[in-house]
Design a protein around this ligand. Structure first.
Ligand SMILES: [Mn+2]
Length: 333
């Protein structure tokens, strides 16, 4: 059932005992929206807990409660009535209890997301594709009953973190007038903009920057059109620079920043194939479409998939063929 913002706000006010989950490899929006909702529920007198699927990238540690690791084990203690899923397209992407599926929890799921391809797996589904971030939806829920829901400065910071990360610092096409108004309101609620910017954009250590430089210098590849650039990240480089892969969230933005590129990708070896992250600079070149064709998914301009191939060469060939098909389709339109 598709729900409205104020219906979910009322539902959350009326009930209690919430377990919050988000997707695997949580990003700024997953964490920002989840921890903000956890705070907002608790600050407003509700019982709530959060399940985290895994360790967090270092740059996020200042924003989450220090006992966040306890939440990883919360699966065992999850005597909760409702499960709130945030920023998560489908149950198999949810990082519940170290990859157990949402179904195992046998709870009523409130599914809150902004991905247009969300699979509507909840009892209540609040899918807002025009919201820039799940954090924006959480703000709108709290704003629907402003005298009942408390947004503390810490919650405002988490919500702004989610919005800043999912809009690429207000660069992506999802940067709407609404999201600017909401961000202004979050600043009025004492969101710590300085801490967000410092941790997200000015906190790479030197060896990591050198790792990025070597990737760009020696491992960048271009297809025949010259408009698709990709990098396969070799394991030996990861070891040489002691890179913790959980800290590489911003890497692909470096590729997207190159003039003349319409689509960019990062590839990495995974147990059963090659994990591909895709970004586009223009909605005409839908990487969501490419990802879907390869059994993945995502947004028009940011998507991902796993290519099952025997060798890197054949995975790259498959990827290049799909990207070039999009280029040809758009041209011939
Ligand atoms: Mn998001």
């Amino acid at each position: 059932m598709q729900a409205k913002i104020n219906e979910i706000s009322e539902l959350l006010l009326k009930n209690d005992n919430y377990l919050i989950v988000t997707h695997e490899r949580p990003d700024g929006d997953a964490l920002g929206s989840s921890f903000a909702l956890l705070n907002i529920l608790k600050d407003s007198g509700k019982n709530a807990t959060l399940l985290l699927p895994e360790e967090l990238p270092d740059k996020y540690l200042d924003f989450v409660s220090h006992d966040y690791r306890d939440h990883i084990d919360a699966y065992e203690r999850a005597g909760m009535s409702w499960c709130i899923s945030l920023d998560t397209t489908s149950p198999d992407r949810a990082g519940v209890g170290m990859r157990a599926s949402l179904d195992d929890l046998k709870m009523q799921v409130i599914n809150i997301d902004h991905h247009p391809d969300n699979q509507l797996f909840g009892v209540h589904n609040l899918i807002v594709p025009d919201a820039s971030a799940a954090a924006e939806i959480v703000y709108r829920i709290a704003h629907a009953a402003p005298d009942k829901w408390k947004i503390s400065p810490a919650s405002a910071t988490l919500l702004l973190l989610g919005i800043i990360m999912d809009t690429g610092g207000f660069r992506f096409d999802n940067t709407s007038a609404d999201v600017m108004n909401i961000s202004a309101e979050l600043l009025r609620l004492k969101a710590d903009h300085h801490q967000i910017v410092t941790n997200m954009f000015y906190s790479k250590n030197l060896s990591y920057v050198q790792f990025e430089a070597e990737l760009i210098t020696n491992h960048l590849k271009l297809d025949n059109s010259g408009r698709f650039a990709w990098i396969y990240i070799p394991d030996f480089l990861v070891r040489r620079y002691s890179v913790d892969m959980k800290n590489t969230e911003g890497l692909i933005e470096g590729l997207r920043s190159i003039a003349g590129m319409d689509i960019v990708a990062l590839m990495q070896r995974k147990d059963d194939g090659y994990k591909v992250s895709l970004r586009s600079k223009n909605e005409r070149f839908s990487v969501a479409k490419i990802a879907r064709q390869l059994n993945g998914g995502g947004h028009e301009m940011a998507a991902g998939c796993l290519i099952k191939a025997e060798s890197l060469q054949s995975a790259e060939n498959i990827l290049v063929a799909h990207v070039e098909r999009i280029f040809n389709e758009v041209q011939s339109r």
